[in-house]
Design a protein around this ligand. Structure first.
Ligand SMILES: Cc1cc2nc3c(=O)[nH]c(=O)nc-3n(C[C@H](O)[C@H](O)[C@H](O)COP(=O)(O)OP(=O)(O)OC[C@H]3O[C@@H](n4cnc5c(N)ncnc54)[C@H](O)[C@@H]3O)c2cc1C
Length: 418
């Protein structure tokens, strides 16, 4: 049997361990954190990714702790609806789109993996530092925090870097590869317990980063006796605007409540939503990385954010990680490690490179941006006077084939919000 090491016990690493197990391969997962804790806030999985959860037999356990998202609704900065796009089953797909707390998703994958693989598959407190090929054997070095910091050496046939956006496996296998790049938007993520808004399962996009954008969606129903929801929100502001203010010195909540003070709509009160945040607000610059020419280096390859960090604007990051994991498990069950890595990369790298380049353009924010420009940032009387229904559909639905990635045109399509 193949001796496979997965570096990273996040969403893609645990999914890969489960998918390989279904194919009769028991992999070992090495995770840097001393304990896997339910970290993060909301995450959104499109139907194509939910299908993978179904194939792995974990969908029911996740779905009842999640929201089956009905629609993505677009609003201008005055809170007027521009367009609504049905999602998941509501849009005719056989699988739902789901919104869920990242911690719930990760903990459920972990629980199921422990049930199926036993406790021995996971090695926490093991931080990958390097790997070296010696003949047919690959030796991976991990720093462990057991007592004194020590180096632990692990031999394997194949090593898969599932270690996220700051991947050490990527850096070690491709020291000359492109670095992460900031796309020019500062992001804040938080969660608030509040009454449900609109359909109770709407993902709302309000405004664009050049004047302040919010993405708001519930991730859990009935979290208290009043039947309130746990509502995830993401605020995005152009980095140039953020840097010009005194913002870095202010507390995140104070800054955001002030910035979005005028956004009190009849369907949601945004300053109140942010002001009543129950989770610590996480702030970070939005980042991606130019697509790379290769993921495979001998018996090492990459999946998830380690392979293709992408701007989180199209609900693709976690979903593409699930597709990578599933595709790789199928190939590894059929072929030698090197052949499997080649076939996996041929299938997944072009597709994810196109997504990186398309999401870099900020689509579908461009729908809101167009309306904002056509109305000079003012409220409209009737949306049909500003935008035709055909245009709305076209701008709201990214075409990931329309901007095929080209290694000679790396800089094309930066996020622009005129
Ligand atoms: C703490 C945390 C919170 C997040 N919160 C959100 C969120 O709220 N919303 C959202 O949309 N996305 C969030 N993400 C990102 C999201 O999980 C990923 O974009 C997506 O799920 C792809 O998953 P991944 O497995 O590639 O990466 P991740 O889920 O990021 O998993 C990577 C794993 O690798 C581990 N790791 C890192 N370096 C090493 C190393 N050297 N050795 C061993 N293990 C290592 C990390 O501890 C982590 O467990 C978060 C990621 C993390 C790590």
């Amino acid at each position: 049997m193949k001796n496979i090491v997965i570096v990273g016990g996040g969403i893609s690493g645990l999914t890969l361990a489960l998918a390989l197990h279904l194919k009769g391969i028991n992999a070992k997962v090495f995770e840097a954190a001393p304990k896997i804790k339910p970290l993060g806030v909301g995450i959104n999985l499109q139907s194509y990714a939910v299908e993978i959860l179904h194939k792995l037999g974990v969908l029911d356990r996740i779905a009842h702790q999640a929201i089956l998202t009905q629609e993505m609704a677009f609003f201008n900065r005055q809170g007027q609806q521009i367009h609504a796009l049905p999602l998941g089953r509501y849009g005719g797909h056989p699988y739902p789109q789901i919104s869920v707390h990242r911690g719930v998703l990760q903990q459920t994958l972990l629980e199921v993996a422990k049930e199926r693989l036993g406790d021995q598959f996971l090695f926490t407190g093991h931080s990958f530092i390097s790997a070296a090929q010696e003949g047919r054997c690959l030796r991976a070095n991990f720093l462990t925090a057991a007592g004194e910091k020590t180096i632990c050496q692990v031999e394997c046939d194949a090593l898969i870097g599932a270690d996220g956006i700051h991947s050490r496996v990527y850096r070690s296998a491709f020291p000359e590869g492109p670095p992460l790049r900031e796309v020019g938007v500062q992001m804040w993520r938080g969660m608030t317990v509040a009454p449900c808004f609109l359909t109770g399962a709407t993902m709302a996009r309000v405004g664009v980063p050049s004047h302040g954008k919010l993405v708001i969606y519930p991730v859990k129903n009935n979290v208290n006796a009043q039947g309130d929801q746990l509502i995830n929100w993401v605020a995005e502001i152009d980095s140039e605007i953020y840097k010009k203010t005194e913002a870095p010195a202010l507390q995140h909540k104070e800054y955001l409540v002030d910035f979005f003070a005028s956004r009190k709509f009849d369907w949601i009160n945004i300053p109140e939503l942010i002001g009543q945040s129950v989770a610590p607000i996480i702030s970070m610059p939005m980042m991606d990385r130019d697509p790379v020419e290769r993921w495979q280096s001998g018996c090492i390859t990459l999946i998830g954010d380690a392979a293709h960090p992408m701007a989180p604007v199209g609900s693709n990051g976690a979903g593409q990680a699930l597709l990578d994991a599933y595709s790789l498990s199928v190939r590894l069950a059929e072929d030698s490690v090197e052949e499997a890595f080649r076939a996996y990369e041929n299938e997944r790298r072009p597709l994810t490179s196109n997504i990186v380049m398309t999401d870099r353009q900020g689509i579908p924010d461009q729908l809101i941006d167009i309306v904002d420009r056509r109305t000079g940032g003012r409220a409209f009387a009737k949306i049909e006077e500003v935008l035709s229904p055909e245009e709305a559909v076209r701008w709201a639905t990214p075409d990931y084939q329309a901007r095929p990635w080209d290694s000679k045109n790396q800089g094309a399509g930066l996020l622009t919000h005129a």
